[in-house]
Design a protein around this ligand. Structure first.
Ligand SMILES: *Cc1c(COP(=O)(O)O)cnc(C)c1O
Length: 434
């Protein structure tokens, strides 16, 4: 039995937190239900590293679930926030900072012409769906099993039984009537798309898909399939929504739209866009965005939308991302990291695949060389992830607390960090397959 790191203080804090919050947390996955031990309470972060309440040090590959593409406590982001702090926290009136962030995004992203800032990815997606419904005057939406789009009612829906059916709610409290407007199908299945469109052609407002599905493993779709999706939506007058809350500013400044060379109708952003502060956004053509209030009839608002502190962090972060070669460097670093681990896996003949795109990676405990659909993931394989996760924590490496979560590499991860991680992963894999 391996020696676990001390979690005494984290455990104490967690016990306390249970009195205050359902399950002791403010977002479910943080509760460590899918891995060993109690959740670590984090005290601080710097560059690629975080420290918990027991003063354990970790190299972080969760990166706040993606936003921290520059690592923790980046000096430029911190300075920008500090400067704004002197001027006030919130006004509920327009500021030049909103213009600045919008300008930075719109001049470097050819896939949207206008943008609206909100405060989370969930809000961005919820608003995009409303825009699609308002614009098309249709109600139904299509989503894919294995894609996560935040926790709004229309999207907490999973596949029912049968190839093409209305969804079933995936959370208590979501009215059945909502689920009836959401059709859920499998990824990578052209036939299912054709069937839904032939049955409901003039009722479908939009199809929503993650830029690259990265919330339930990393389900990299073929270009050909995404282009088919673009084509079939166009033929039927339905909009295509790219939910780029993870892939936006991660795969490149122009995200998955550029990666696939696809023009979606609406794109949603979150995570990275706020430089670590709560920001989301949705964007589209001028014509579509003219339907948003106060210009148009689709209502959407927010007391703290475009918050100056959050805008400052976003501007500072995105300026760095817009520099030439930023993404090429991240990709090269990630590729060599993954290649080294793959070579070890091959030598040991372990049943593990590492799927990767840009600076995102996902370990899948399987022999299958390709996974494109949620139902191709074997839930039993997660047992091995649990063992790996525990061993990694004990060696000072922080991975997301679920085998369905992807990992992220930031610009703050040094070659030394990555080398240390590679050695830890080798040991963790040996433990998982012992
Ligand atoms: C994280 C995420 C969301 C939800 O964003 P929140 O800021 O957590 O509300 C929506 N869509 C995708 C693709 C995400 O990864």
């Amino acid at each position: 039995m391996e020696q676990d790191i001390s979690r005494v203080k984290s455990a104490e804090l967690f016990e306390k937190a249970k009195n205050y919050f359902p399950g002791g947390v403010n977002s479910p996955v943080r509760a460590f239900k899918s891995v060993y031990g109690t959740p670590l309470f984090i005290e601080r972060g710097d560059k690629a590293r975080i420290w918990d309440a027991d003063d354990n040090e970790f190299i972080d590959y969760c990166c706040s679930w993606g936003p921290l593409i520059l690592g923790h406590n980046h000096d430029k982001v911190r300075d920008a926030v500090a400067q704004q702090l002197d001027k006030g926290l919130s006004f509920g009136a327009p500021t030049r900072l909103e213009n600045e962030l919008a300008e930075l995004i719109l001049t470097n992203n050819s896939y949207i012409e206008k943008i609206r800032f909100v405060s989370s990815g969930t809000e961005a997606v919820m608003s995009a769906i409303r825009l699609a419904r308002g614009y098309t005057k249709r109600d139904k939406i299509i989503k894919f099993e294995g894609c996560y789009h935040g926790h709004s009612d229309s999207l907490l829906v999973k596949a029912g039984s049968g190839l093409v059916t209305f969804g079933e709610t995936s959370s208590a409290g979501v009215p059945k009537a909502f689920a009836e407007e959401t059709i859920v199908i499998s990824l990578n299945d052209k036939q299912a798309l054709e069937e839904v469109f032939s049955s409901f052609s003039d009722q479908i407002a939009a199809v929503i898909i993650e830029g690259i599905p990265a919330n339930n493993g990393l389900l990299i779709q073929d270009k050909d399939y995404i282009h088919f999706l673009r084509q079939i939506t166009q033929e039927h007058g339905a909009l295509l929504i790219f939910d780029e809350v993870i892939t936006g500013f991660r795969l490149g400044f122009e995200g998955a739209a550029r990666y696939y060379d696809i023009q979606p109708d609406i794109i949603t952003y979150g995570k990275i866009i706020g430089g670590g502060m709560p920001v989301g956004a949705y964007g589209a053509s001028k014509e579509l965005m003219a339907h948003i209030s106060p210009d148009g009839g689709v209502y959407q608002a927010g007391t703290l939308s475009g918050n100056p502190i959050a805008m400052s962090a976003g501007i500072a972060a995105l300026r760095i991302l817009a520099e030439p070669d930023f993404y090429t460097k991240q990709e090269e670093k990630t590729r060599s990291f993954i290649d080294t681990i793959r070579a070890y896996i091959d030598r040991r003949n372990y049943a593990v695949q590492i799927f990767t795109v840009g600076s995102i990676f996902w370990f899948a405990f399987t022999d299958q060389k390709s996974i494109k659909r949620a139902d191709e993931i074997d839930p039993l394989s997660m047992e091995k992830y649990k063992v790996m996760h525990r061993s990694l924590l004990n060696q000072g490496i922080y991975f997301g607390p679920s085998g369905y979560e992807v990992g992220f590499i930031s610009s703050a991860h040094t070659q030394e960090d990555l080398n240390q991680t590679i050695e830890a992963i080798k040991t963790a894999l040996d433990t998982a397959f012992a």
